[in-house]
Design a protein around this ligand. Structure first.
Ligand code: GRF
Length: 218
């Protein structure tokens, strides 16, 4: 049997996307071999999930490094030692240096809780409500040096209900994140999706708009 591509998952928080990825691997929907879960936060719930699932994990504390580049060098050192093919950002709450991003370009993938290019950055749910949006959702994208700006592979959208709060919306968006992240990762593993000439190719054809799923398709 062919070896599964090796991945690291970078987290800072609860790790529900990490768990969704692990679940997809366990049921055979995602052919990925997670070598390690790396966190910059020692209290991240995701570290506990990693150990419950029998995965290696590392806490690499950004406060111990002089600056962003120094920290990113430590990350690169740890990741490259494992001969990784895919670097998965799953709620990793740090801005990555251009050097880090360019080192893994095409292999570095992130999930963001909005329909990019709308609402880059933080507090996306409240901002979507405040802006009076009818729809909101999540996007999986290749990471490029500009924050939350890389080409989007797949999005799933949902309708914002009149009584939605940032919290209720966050929960519903998380549910769709858990569907689309493993899906997009499997496309990457299968070589169906790739970053080429700063655009996305899907099944060898340029993808001009992201794959858009509705709640019923995943
Ligand atoms: C998710 O909403 C993800 O989109 C964002 O950070 C959150 C991480 O949640 N980048 P979890 O730690 O996976 O539960």
């Amino acid at each position: 049997m062919q070896e599964k591509p090796k991945a690291v998952v970078l987290i800072s928080g609860a790790g529900s996307n990490l768990q969704a990825i692990i679940n997809a691997i366990n049921v055979g929907k995602l052919d990925l071999d997670i070598q390690s879960v790396i966190s910059n936060n020692k209290d991240a719930g995701g570290l506990l999930l990693a150990s419950k699932n029998g995965l290696n994990s590392e806490f690499i504390d950004h406060r111990r490094y002089a600056d962003r580049l120094d920290y990113d060098h430590a990350l690169i050192k740890s990741i490259d030692a494992k001969q990784i093919q895919i670097v998965v950002l799953a709620g990793f709450m740090r801005i990555l240096s251009d050097e880090f991003v360019n080192h893994y370009l095409g292999q570095l993938i992130n999930i963001h809780p909005s329909l990019l290019p709308e609402f880059k950055g933080l507090n996306t749910h409240q901002r979507a409500i405040d802006a009076g949006c009818k729809h909101h959702g999540a996007s999986v994208h290749f990471v490029t040096p500009t924050l939350d700006d890389g080409p989007v592979i797949v999005q799933e959208k949902l309708e914002i209900k009149p009584n939605d709060t940032a919290e209720s919306l966050a929960q519903r968006v998380l549910n769709i994140e858990h569907q689309i992240y493993p899906l997009a990762l499997q496309w990457l593993v299968q070589g169906r999706v790739e970053l080429k000439d700063s655009g996305i190719y899907f099944d060898s054809k340029p993808l001009t708009t992201p794959q858009i799923l509705s709640e019923t398709q995943t």
